[in-house]
Design a protein around this ligand. Structure first.
Ligand code: SAH
Length: 351
């Protein structure tokens, strides 16, 4: 059997491993020397492309209404305990204004699947942001929609779209979602986004219920084949009002290792150390940055709605992850040798 270090070398060289070798590597991460080697290799590649620079994105959670009922998600439609809200165009522009002053040059508009935000409403919001902040990138993360809808958003000025594939295994997908949702449609949406020309982001939860090393290996192969510009991964964290309330949360270590592996799979990837990672353990986001992540998405939503966009329990909504505490985040990254930059933060071409 090849030593795990050799598998890491192959991954760094070839950017891909056969399914079984991915599994072997995943199963050897309990060994701290393997973890250390993996992280050192990922760090080398991240530095080659991005140096010690960390990009920031201002996250605006503009609606927690959702027509879907994903089993893991706290804002699923059947959770009647959620106090639902929608931000107006003016509210959203105000968030951008505030964010711009703080140094954000990318705004990420995220929501549940809320059909109030029709193609017309969204294109109006996007073109208003584009007019007011022509030097900024706009990212949308509002779930599945039609080709025509995505195309209209792109033509209105949206540059990027985040839609996690959630799992590359169709049977696993159906264990996480109601029958009204399908893996095929999710993947079709991702293909459409890419075809339209969005910088496209995908990803999955680490430790989601019924996930196995096999499905993770499939996720990694999916990411290699899809070649997204961004990958968002974070630990699954149970929400008390969902059917997965009593399921265990995902592992920090495995999340960190997967960040490093994804950096080796797509060397120039834009890779956030996510809020979920920051929620689960103190300093885990810094560990994510160490392991090869190069993006952080502080919350720019109005303070009075932050606690209402609760997709999982104890989501951090105060402290260093908030936009206001950017200077603190800057300091804590500075301490570990990383630098937050004021930049749109597009993907750097592969070389
Ligand atoms: N409606 C949008 C945005 C969903 S929220 C969409 O469908 O893309 C963004 C991501 O949060 C989801 O894709 C999911 O991977 C993650 N998420 C949802 N519930 C979670 C939980 N309980 N723990 C960790 N991550 C979760």
């Amino acid at each position: 059997m090849p030593k795990p270090e050799l598998l890491i070398d192959t991954l760094k060289d070839q950017h891909i491993l056969p399914h079984d070798d991915f599994k072997k590597l995943l199963n050897s991460l309990y060994d701290p020397t393997v973890m250390e080697y993996l992280i050192s290799q990922s760090d080398e590649i991240r530095r080659k492309y991005y140096g010690n620079k960390v990009y920031i994105r201002g996250l605006i959670e503009f609606s927690n209404y959702c027509k879907n009922d994903c089993f893991y998600c706290g804002i699923r439609k059947s959770n009647l305990n959620v106090s639902r809200y929608r931000l107006s165009k003016e509210d959203i522009l105000e968030c951008c204004n505030h964010g711009y002053e703080l140094g954000f040059r990318t705004f990420v508009l995220q929501s549940g699947e809320d059909r109030f935000f029709s193609t017309e409403v969204m294109t109006d919001i996007i073109s208003s942001i584009k007019n007011s902040f022509p030097d900024c990138a706009i990212t949308i993360s509002s779930g599945e929609n039609t080709y025509e809808h995505y195309l209209a958003l792109f033509n209105a000025g949206a540059n990027r779209y985040l839609l996690r594939h959630e799992t590359a295994n169709a049977a696993h997908y159906s264990q996480l979602h109601p029958p009204s949702m399908s893996w095929k449609n999710r993947i079709n949406c991702l293909n459409n986004l890419k075809k339209i020309g969005f910088q496209t982001g995908t990803g999955f939860m680490v430790g989601s219920p019924f996930q196995t090393m096999d499905t993770i290996a499939e996720d990694l192969l999916f990411i290699y084949n899809f070649q997204p510009q961004m990958v968002g991964i974070g630990p699954f964290i149970p929400h008390h009002d969902t059917i997965f309330a009593d399921m265990p949360h995902g592992s920090v270590n495995l999340t960190i290792a997967l960040l490093a592996m994804i950096r080796l799979i797509i060397p120039n990837i834009l890779l956030p150390a996510t809020t979920a990672l920051g929620t689960i353990a103190a300093k885990a986001r810094e560990a994510g940055i160490f392991a090869g992540a190069n993006v952080i998405m502080p919350n720019l939503s109005p303070i009075n709605v932050r606690k209402k966009y609760l997709i999982y329990d104890n989501k951090i909504a105060t402290g260093e992850e908030t936009a206001e505490s950017l200077s603190k985040l800057r300091e804590s990254l500075d301490k570990i040798g990383f630098e937050i930059v004021v930049a749109k933060g597009d993907i750097i071409p592969i070389f």
